[in-house]
Design a protein around this ligand. Structure first.
Ligand SMILES: [Zn+2]
Length: 128
């Protein structure tokens, strides 16, 4: 494959960009992808069982907790109790299941919700 790092139209250097499941080099001047790869199949093919640990240092609002409980397949009251007591919530799942949850938690970050994933989760940057 030809290695492209400059835009053919404006000759500016491409910048790395990731959006959704696409990752590659992007020309900000022309608003065009120079090189794009889709990362989605990696996630689907990944059979690793990841453990997501969610820690609450404060209680997010009810609406956000409800959204999170739905994604975690956890009863809302159970989740609220855990959050109230600052207990960790553990979720085990495949990479594509975790992606949805991480997206929500990212929105809650800074609102008293933090998370860790084991083993190393290579798709985290895709959830931005
Ligand atoms: Zn360009």
């Amino acid at each position: 494959m030809e290695y492209i790092d400059h835009c053919k139209k404006c000759n500016k250097k491409g910048v790395p960009k990731t959006t959704g499941f696409n990752s590659g080099l992007y020309c900000a001047t022309c608003n065009e992808w120079l090189v794009v790869t889709t990362c989605f199949p990696d996630i689907v093919a990944d059979d690793t069982e990841y453990t997501l640990q969610i820690a609450f240092s404060a209680l997010p609002d009810v609406k956000q907790l409800k959204l999170l409980s739905k994604k975690l397949n956890l009863n809302f009251l159970q989740l609220k109790q855990k959050a109230d007591k600052n207990e960790h919530v553990i979720y085990q799942g495949k990479a594509n299941e975790l992606m949805d949850i991480i997206k929500i938690i990212r929105q809650l970050k800074g609102l008293g919700v933090e998370y860790t994933i084991n083993p190393y989760f290579p798709y985290e940057h895709l959830s931005r």
